[in-house]
Design a protein. Structure first.
Length: 381
């Protein structure tokens, strides 16, 4: 065993496609699948959020346990339980050596809104004390650690769109340095109208009259370990990151940091750009990001044109959007999912084809407003 070799042992998710990896795989195999969009707001039309409409904790969490968790914590707990199930009970590792690394864009928004509503519309004494623990972004990861009695590192990354990818990269670092034997890594985001309202006012959300992004709700978890177990799905072989100073709500105009993050990930994985077998596109409906991605991939790959899959424009943008792309990449190199979704138009026009066959390597780039770039490389075990 090499400490630097990190395996994806299992996965779990909740998304707008439904609860569980099987529901996501079914959606990916249907080229016509689209989520039902919409989250209501008090005094205006609904906003484009890909919500988990049918989500339930039934048969996964005991009712009394589910009742004390807020929605992001329930989403993450259900995804984690799916990822833990194939590993057996008891786990092959001591639970005090199992950690959690989660990214989030907006966990805690609903709880914070309830507390502030009570404070400002009534009095501080009326603030619901049960909501206080859930007003912080790290609550879902912390609640998961308590629920599953996990004593390893417990970290949360609030890095906007790349929060999920950052959590996966940091999980790999912890494993490589021997700080944990297993890490449940991924992301969770909730659907909250006030959060979506902010991006609507920034004119970045999709409407009938302008292009833009759809926000995501859901959770994605990859169980990562240095021991492969009986049937690993993939190897998380490389990761890299870079940044460019940019306004918090803007993408950078220079593709160089995204190219650098991808090169670092490929170098760590021991792959040349020409060996990339699949790209999980960052496309989310924002035209400026599409142009930047095209330039970044042309710089990175030269004349190589691997298949490309776009998922964020359907499943939604956010920390969980990046984690879902990494999860889909793991399933793709494992050959357990057939992705029938087309590449985004800006990359199809540049000669990048749709995915047609199983691949042995996948590149998952990510870019956040504010300039953070994170990239992962997954390969067949």
């Amino acid at each position: 065993m090499s400490a630097a070799r990190v395996y994806v042992c299992s996965t779990g998710c909740v998304s707008s496609a439904g609860t569980g990896v099987a529901a996501l795989a079914q959606a990916l195999a249907d080229p016509a699948w689209r989520p039902r969009l919409g989250i209501e707001r008090p005094d205006a039309p609904s906003l484009p959020v890909a919500t988990c409409r049918e989500f339930s904790t039934r048969d996964v969490l005991p009712p009394l346990v589910a009742r004390r968790l807020d929605r992001p914590a329930r989403l993450l707990a259900v995804a984690a339980r799916e990822a833990l199930h194939p590993l057996g009970d008891p786990l092959p590792w001591p639970r005090d050596r199992v950690g959690v690394c989660a990214g989030t864009w907006n966990a805690g928004t609903s709880a914070l809104l309830e507390v502030l509503r009570a404070v400002f519309l009534a009095s501080p004494e009326e603030a619901p004390p049960a909501q206080f623990p859930s007003t912080v972004a790290n609550a879902p990861a912390s609640q998961l650690g308590i629920l599953e009695k996990l004593g390893g590192p417990n970290l949360t990354f609030a890095e906007k769109q790349v929060g999920g990818l950052r959590a996966l990269a940091e999980a790999c670092r912890h494993l490589s340095h021997g700080r944990a034997d297993l890490v449940l890594a991924g992301a969770v985001d909730e659907a909250e109208w006030l959060n979506a309202e902010v991006y609507d006012r920034l004119r970045t959300l999709r409407t009938s009259s302008r292009p833009g992004m759809v926000l995501a709700e859901g959770a994605a978890v990859l169980a990562l370990a240095c021991e492969p177990g009986p049937a690993p799905l993939a190897v998380l072989a490389g990761w890299g990151s870079a940044s460019a100073p940019t306004a918090p709500c803007r993408y950078p105009t220079d593709p160089a940091p995204l190219v650098l993050a991808c090169r670092q990930a490929l170098q760590r994985a021991g792959l040349a750009p020409a060996e990339v077998g699949l790209v999980l596109s960052v496309a989310n409906g924002i035209p400026g990001l599409a142009d930047l991605e095209r330039r970044a991939l042309e710089t990175l790959l030269g004349t190589h044109r691997p298949p490309v899959v776009a998922t964020t424009d359907r499943l939604g943008e956010g920390a969980v959007g990046g984690a879902l792309r990494a999860l889909i990449a793991a399933l793709a190199v494992a050959g357990t999912v057939r992705v029938a979704w087309e590449p985004p138009p800006h990359l199809a026009a540049a000669g990048f084809p749709a995915a047609a066959a199983r691949t042995r390597s996948a590149l998952v780039p990510g870019l956040a407003g504010g300039g953070s770039s994170v990239a992962l490389v997954l390969t067949a075990p």
